[in-house]
Design a protein around this ligand. Structure first.
Ligand SMILES: [Zn+2]
Length: 99
């Protein structure tokens, strides 16, 4: 994207990471730092916004959080929960410096 825009440097990348995405923010930061060298993003900062899990029971409508990370059923009626948020892995924006 930065190259398409004629940018010579990426200053900042903001990513939204859901708590139920399977992505560990510390591992993402480590990988970003390891891979950015010798790229347009060499000096870029990575900003991570964590998105907490949000659920809804399709049976009783409860939005109570699950009892445990991998126990995605309703604590009120034991119906499997619908996940409304928390699976994100989205690039929100990339700040670039143009020539
Ligand atoms: Zn329920």
């Amino acid at each position: 994207v930065a190259r398409e825009r004629g940018a010579h440097r990426i200053a900042r990348v903001k990513v939204r990471v859901g708590d139920f995405s399977g992505v560990v923010p510390a591992a993402l930061e480590f990988a970003f730092d390891a891979l950015k060298a010798e790229s347009l993003a060499a000096g870029a900062a990575l900003e991570i916004e964590r998105v907490p899990i949000a659920v809804k029971c399709p049976n009783c409508g409860s939005t109570d959080p699950p009892a445990a990370d991998l126990a995605l059923w309703c604590t009120q009626c034991t119906t499997p929960l619908e996940i409304l948020a928390g699976q994100e892995l989205d690039v929100q924006y990339i700040d670039v410096e143009e020539e």
